[in-house]
Design a protein around this ligand. Structure first.
Ligand code: 5GP
Ligand code: MN
Length: 343
């Protein structure tokens, strides 16, 4: 990969494009033939996971195709995504059909990221009815049809392409959702995955009279005052290892309780930490009921996707994560060890 953006990535080859065209056509055929769709995105959904899933949900419903959309527990949405149209039309994972006619997953690199919906995805694959829409190079291609394009800046780009193939015209709700995926996964059109194709899609979406200013503030700017106080504590305790060019901080259970801030609310903390000019790799560790949740970012040289994969997670070359057992100190020591031995 020659670029250095947190999301997305690789230059595509003609073969990849051909494979994608075939996969998109096959996905459209499956979806067209289905009486009902069951959509799912990855656990702890981000803007691209929610945005790309809700966009297809809106388009299916607008085109007379019954559809439901869900994600695994904890079935919550970060406050900065709560403006997304369609969140009133989602289904609890407990109510997800055990044998969907056609299941579609979004932005999800592996079955494990689907939590309790994973076994349903596996059954759907067995009967040839699992469509995977994604842009992670590390995607395990666990679907019966895999529309995985690492050159796409966001899964939203893949969904836009599929909608064209389906003959489903965009509407304003879907455009808002797709724009959210595009603007979050390109870091507000700042990462190196911000290609001419990204601007072309943004231009198309903006013709739907999107509330760009309001969306930007919701997505990137506005936080409760309590969050700012938590950030102050986390930045104060941040550690910089000049030799390793590594900066890290962490959020404890006690911090979450003391400031009454949810883990979902802290998604953007890594974007503050990774500003440190001295660091090539940045890291935020968060105590959660599932273990220590780790976010990693790299500026240009280190493949943090490979490091995260080694710890049982995944992601992109410049933005990745994993969840691990142990304490913050133990997991941090393991990450330092991985960096010290060359990543
Ligand atoms: P974040 O640090 O924002 O949670 O995640 C950064 C990137 O890594 C995203 O593309 C996200 O989907 C991916 N990622 C985060 N945690 C995991 C994980 O546990 N497993 C996998 N496969 N990918 C992850
Ligand atoms: Mn994405």
């Amino acid at each position: 990969m020659s670029n250095s953006q947190p999301e997305g990535g690789r230059a595509s080859s003609p073969d990849v494009d051909g494979d994608m065209s075939r996969a998109i056509a096959e996905a459209a055929r499956l979806i067209t033939g289905a009486g009902k769709l069951a959509l799912a995105c990855h656990v702890s959904p981000d803007g691209d996971a929610l945005g790309s899933m809700l966009a297809l949900h809106h388009l299916a419903l607008a085109n007379g195709k019954p559809s439901l959309a869900s994600w695994p527990e904890p079935f919550v949405v970060a406050p900065h995504y709560q403006f997304l149209p369609g969140l009133d039309l989602v289904t609890k994972p407990a109510d997800f059909p055990p044998d969907p006619e056609v299941m579609v997953t979004f932005d999800c690199g592996s079955v494990g990221r689907l939590g309790e919906l994973g076994p349903i995805a596996e059954r759907s694959r067995w009967v040839g009815r699992l469509v995977v829409l994604d842009h992670h190079a590390s995607n395990e291609c666990y679907g019966s049809v895999n529309c995985v394009d690492p050159a796409a800046a966001a899964t939203a780009v893949v969904v836009r392409r599929l909608a064209t193939e389906l003959g489903w015209p965009l509407n304003r709700e879907a455009a808002m959702c797709l724009y959210t995926g595009l603007v979050t996964d390109t870091g507000r059109f700042q990462y190196h995955n911000t290609t001419p194709a990204v601007f072309a899609l943004a231009e198309e979406l903006s013709t739907f009279d999107l509330p760009i200013c309001d969306m930007s503030r919701q997505l990137f700017e506005e936080h409760r005052f309590a969050y700012l106080k938590l950030v102050a504590v986390c930045l104060e305790r941040a550690e910089l290892d000049v030799d390793l060019r590594f900066v890290a901080t962490w959020v404890t259970d006690e911090d979450f309780q003391r400031f009454d801030v949810s883990i979902e609310e802290t998604e953007g903390l890594i974007d503050l930490v990774r500003r440190a000019a001295e660091a090539e790799v940045s890291c935020v560790l968060k105590e959660s009921p599932e273990g220590i949740r780790v976010s990693l970012r790299a500026v240009e040289e280190t493949d943090v996707g490979a490091i995260a994969t080694r710890f049982g997670g995944g992601g992109h070359r410049f933005a990745a994560g994993f969840t691990s057992a142990g304490t913050v100190a133990e997991v941090l020591a393991q990450i330092r060890g991985a960096l010290a031995t060359g990543g």
